[in-house]
Design a binder for this molecule. Structure first.
Ligand SMILES: [Zn+2]
Length: 142
């Protein structure tokens, strides 16, 4: 069961492409993840390579390490799989990031309410003294 539909994935792909000026390496790339993915084994940045099937009816995309020092080189990754993992991560972390931004400053509000309560309490505590001093009476004077 995929977490996002094809349409949603395409939409995120468009958004990532629109924001590709974040990475100069990705700017010239036709695919959004190019230059943004790093090989876990050798830390080399990865770019997209295209493989067309023999009958030319299907095109496969792979991410390959650009400057891999290993012999033999680290394996290429299927673009689609990395892209889906990336979407998964975005779906997981984005709501958390957004909820952090929209969180009201609770501590500040609590301190404000506590100060208000303390102020009112001070007035209430003064009431018996004021009655004794005949400033306040329990019943209005006739
Ligand atoms: Zn490598």
């Amino acid at each position: 069961m995929p977490i996002v539909t094809r349409d949603e994935a395409a939409q995120v792909d468009r958004l990532l492409r629109r924001n590709r000026n974040l990475s100069p390496r990705a700017a010239s790339a036709p695919r959004s993840l190019s230059g943004l993915v790093t090989c876990q084994l050798c830390q080399s940045p990865m770019n997209v390579s295209r493989v067309t099937a023999r009958r030319k009816d299907r095109e496969y995309l792979y991410l390959r390490p650009m400057t891999c020092p290993q012999q033999p080189q680290c394996p290429a990754l299927k673009y689609e799989a990395v892209f889906e993992k990336t979407i998964e991560q975005i779906c997981e972390t984005l709501p958390q990031a957004i909820s952090g931004i929209n969180q009201p400053p609770l501590d500040q509000i609590k301190a404000g309410v506590a100060a208000t309560i303390q102020g009112k309490q001070h007035i209430v505590e003064q009431l018996p003294d004021l009655v004794i001093q005949n400033i306040l009476d329990e019943k209005p004077q006739p």
